[in-house]
Ligand binder design. Structure first.
Ligand SMILES: [Zn+2]
Length: 189
């Protein structure tokens, strides 16, 4: 990673905090720790981390209470929150979805290294540029549907268009794609 991201790790279990602190630091993150939801809110406001990794069940305030409070505060409302559950109840996953939690992990189902990869994936969306050279019967339909020329050249400058693919979820191999002209840098579809 080019930029050093700041992560706030919120968990009442010191061993869990220390485990994730180590793996995130190894990936180049700057790590801040908090012991429960209330401590998490205070440290989020004081440090404005790039992402928050939180447990669910904690004394004083749980992960959902913290997420709700952070969402209501203008300073912290845009910080992505990912949650880790020890028991993986389906209702927690649903609650996390509804609360706008970016990723929901079940401890034991995913290794700490995979957790880090998913969190990194939130920031470093990988981009690929593929030159278009599609042959086959659906070309006319495709170019027609997208308003492109059949030889995939830019309607503006004639340069070959490329397919710009951006990975949005590494684990599920999901991409968003856009056909662009590198010279005009204008979106053609
Ligand atoms: Zn062009």
């Amino acid at each position: 990673m080019e930029k050093k991201y700041k992560i706030l790790i919120v968990d009442d279990d010191a061993a869990t905090r220390s485990l994730y602190s180590d793996v995130f630091r190894a990936e180049g993150f700057k790590v801040i720790e908090a012991e429960d939801g209330l401590d998490g809110i205070n440290k989020a406001i004081a440090n404005i981390p790039d992402v928050i990794f939180s447990g669910i069940i904690m004394p004083k305030m749980d992960g959902f209470g913290m997420k709700e409070a952070l969402s209501k505060n203008v300073a912290t409302s845009n910080i992505p929150v990912v949650m880790s559950s020890h028991i993986g109840r389906e209702e927690d996953r649903k609650k996390a979805d509804e609360a706008g939690v970016k990723e929901f992990f079940v401890a034991g189902m995913i290794t700490p290294k995979e957790v880090v990869a998913r969190v990194v994936g939130l920031f470093s969306r990988v981009r690929y540029k593929l030159k278009l050279n599609i042959k086959g019967g659906d070309i006319s339909k495709l170019t027609n549907d997208l308003g492109l020329k059949e030889d995939f050249s830019c309607t503006n400058c004639g340069e070959d268009l490329v397919l710009n693919m951006e990975m949005t979820n590494v684990e599920r191999r999901e991409f968003t794609g856009k056909i662009i002209c590198l010279r005009c840098d204008s979106s053609q579809a």
